[in-house]
Design a protein around this ligand. Structure first.
Ligand SMILES: CC(C)(COP(=O)(O)OP(=O)(O)OC[C@H]1O[C@@H](n2cnc3c(N)ncnc32)[C@H](O)[C@@H]1OP(=O)(O)O)[C@@H](O)C(=O)NCCC(=O)NCCS
Length: 147
């Protein structure tokens, strides 16, 4: 059975997925701190009670910002991040939010395709925004979705 829900308690599964997806994955403590910060939300996609994809974001004064999103590598390319984002977008629209922002590394075509398929447009660029192991930092595109 699959479910999308807002997370209300810390989960080690977020750290496990994140560290497998990024050069510098976030620890369980980072996710736990974000969970209790005002204006922060974490949505998870679960399959049979296991978190397999998630998004961490803020929503302030009608403006959303995605801080991170990841799908367990064993579950990628099955449409999970798309379903999760579609649900987040639907929720924000219902709340009357106006826009959703995020940054994506210019060397991450998979994520860029996902966001463009959801309707995000490029609005700017941040120089040397993401650190990389054994490589120079890379720029980020700033993307915005009008809700
Ligand atoms: C980016 C990421 C979250 C996508 O998760 P996912 O659950 O595999 O994505 P989906 O299966 O929902 O794919 C949706 C769309 O994204 C694009 N996409 C996803 N993975 C892709 C890949 N490996 N190559 C090319 N396009 C890809 C496609 O357009 C896809 O739609 P399609 O299957 O109809 O062509 C996942 O690859 C991931 O966790 N990557 C590591 C972490 C990361 O880079 N996060 C984003 C930081 S900004």
């Amino acid at each position: 059975m699959t479910t999308i829900r807002q997370l209300d308690a810390p989960s080690k599964q977020l750290e496990d997925i994140h560290t497998r997806c990024f050069d510098y994955g976030w620890s369980e403590g980072v996710f736990a701190d974000l969970l209790i910060k005002p204006h922060h939300r974490t949505y998870v996609f679960e399959t049979d009670g296991e978190i397999v994809s998630f998004v961490v974001m803020t929503v302030v004064a009608g403006e959303g910002e995605i801080l991170t999103i990841a799908t367990d590598p064993d579950f990628q390319k099955q449409g999970l991040a798309r379903m999760l984002l579609d649900q987040v977008i639907k929720t924000l629209k219902a709340e009357g939010a106006e826009s959703l922002f995020l940054e994506v590394a210019i060397d991450n075509p998979a994520a860029l395709r996902l966001y463009e398929a959801c309707g995000f447009k490029k609005t700017g660029r941040r120089k040397a925004y993401y650190s990389r192991k054994d490589k120079p930092p890379v720029d980020a595109h700033i993307l915005r979705l009008a809700l």
